[in-house]
Design a protein around this ligand. Structure first.
Ligand code: DGP
Length: 126
């Protein structure tokens, strides 16, 4: 069972221009803006403009045009923001939280693009 989309969530309000954000890129189907509580020197959120709660909802229900647009934007931003892995270091991490176990705070599908410092291990030990 999936969670119904709540159009009063913060990112829906950002998309409607009801609350401000710090956008860094916008395409036909996607928007990227700075996270309000950055956890790395670069911490960008990339969201689809469509009403999807989780990545799985997006993957199932979005059109191919939306999926291509979103996927390409995430990759382009990693390059444009200088988060490309090199022999000397660099790189980035992509995270998409879904639901309570993942502590998803905003129920509008998003990917965190993080980089600019060593990010450590993926999760604390079990
Ligand atoms: P998540 O736990 O994956 O749902 O993370 C949601 C992120 O959204 C969290 O890192 C903080 C960020 N965030 C919450 N409210 C706002 C806001 O009003 N503006 C911006 N730019 N980011 C927000």
């Amino acid at each position: 069972m999936t969670i119904a989309y709540d159009d009063q969530n913060i990112f829906a309000k950002i998309l409607r221009g009801e609350i401000p954000s710090e956008p860094i890129a916008e395409t036909e189907h996607s928007l990227a803006f700075r996270d309000i509580r950055p956890q790395a020197p670069v911490h960008v959120l990339v969201i689809p403009k469509g009403a999807y709660v989780t990545y799985a909802d997006f993957a199932r229900d979005a059109s191919e045009a939306e999926i291509v647009d979103f996927t390409r934007l995430v990759g382009q931003l990693a390059e444009e923001l200088d988060l490309v892995p090199s022999p000397g270091g660099g790189g980035h991490r992509l995270i998409s939280n879904a639901g309570a176990d993942a502590h998803q705070e905003v129920p509008h599908m998003h990917i965190h693009l993080l980089g600019g410092r060593a990010l450590g291990g993926l999760l604390p030990a079990m």
